[in-house]
Ligand binder design. Structure first.
Ligand code: ADP
Length: 275
């Protein structure tokens, strides 16, 4: 637990905003020992109450994995809830695929493959290494962060819900992001770890195709956006047709083919897709 004054000093009174998301605003900071941190100041309606916050924080503090953004502590003062994480120097996968952080290596096939593997390991740990298992519920390329060694780590699992005794959650509020959201979960509101597998499949398709999964269109139209489009190409054997034109020539068509098939298997994991 951190004191608000420590956090204020670390962030120089919340001067450097690095992003904002569904749960609040993220600031850059530095602890007295020199460690760089990201402080997420949650909006007041993110949590129903103090108990829910402390339950989540207890859960978070037990999670350690090299492919998960490390939670370092929390601060609950002045009517605000704050979560403190290790700082990730190289932004999000989304920013590397679609700008503004694109570099030479963003188009390197081997690097993209490593990112996919790193993310998969992080997700696997949430599902099988944590007790109770954790379902992320909002996997997307903007929740895959890169550290200063360009190692990928999954973030934003802090506000995931744990899977009670292996049973599926029935939640009245579907959480997730259009484009990555598992249609079966959307329809049935039955949450299982397979919904994360669906979202991961969409991330794989983004890594192969360089095509963004997000659209402002309706849910059904958006499903057609990347998943249906990739399926059409892959089923007709036209793998060249989905390869990101920005990818350098160093890719290996056989491995892209295997990963594309795996991505489609992931998105088919739940049996059906709405047209
Ligand atoms: P969302 O709710 O949209 O997933 P977050 O609230 O988790 O987003 O984060 C918003 C933005 O802040 C991210 O897109 C990222 O750019 C930045 N960010 C979040 N966590 C970190 C971190 N640990 N290190 C560096 N940047 C971060």
């Amino acid at each position: 637990c951190f004191m608000l004054s420590e956090i204020e000093d670390a962030t120089r009174k919340f001067e450097k905003k690095i992003g904002s998301g569904g749960f609040g605003v993220v600031y850059y900071g530095k602890l007295t020992d020199g460690r760089e941190i990201a402080v997420k100041v949650l909006t007041n309606d993110s949590y129903q109450g103090k108990r829910e916050f402390s339950n989540e924080v207890t859960l978070l503090s037990r999670i350690h994995h090299r492919n998960l953004v490390q939670f370092l502590g929390y601060c609950q003062e002045d009517g605000r809830n704050m979560l403190i994480y290790e700082f990730m120097h190289n932004g999000t996968l989304k920013e590397h695929l679609y700008g503004p952080l694109t570099h030479e290596w963003s188009f390197n096939w081997i690097k993209r493959l490593e990112i996919a593997e790193d993310a998969a390991r992080g997700i696997e740990y949430l599902h099988t290494g944590c007790v109770p298992a954790i379902i992320h519920r909002d996997l997307k390329s903007s929740n895959i962060l890169l550290d200063n060694n360009l190692k990928a780590k999954v973030s934003d699992f802090g506000l995931s819900k744990s899977q009670a005794d292996g049973a599926s959650h029935v939640s009245s509020v579907v959480r997730g992001t259009v484009g990555y959201l598992d249609p079966e979960y959307y329809i049935s509101q039955q949450l299982t770890d397979r919904s994360d597998v669906y979202s991961f499949g969409v991330i794989l398709l983004e890594l192969i195709s360089g095509r963004e999964a997000i659209s402002n269109e309706s849910f059904g139209a958006n499903c057609r956006n990347i998943v249906q489009w990739a399926r059409l190409h892959i089923e007709s054997g036209d793998i060249q047709g989905i390869i990101d034109p920005n990818l350098r020539d160093d890719y290996d068509i056989q491995s892209i083919w295997k990963i594309a098939e795996k991505a489609l298997m992931c998105v088919q994991a739940n049996g059906h897709m709405r047209p």
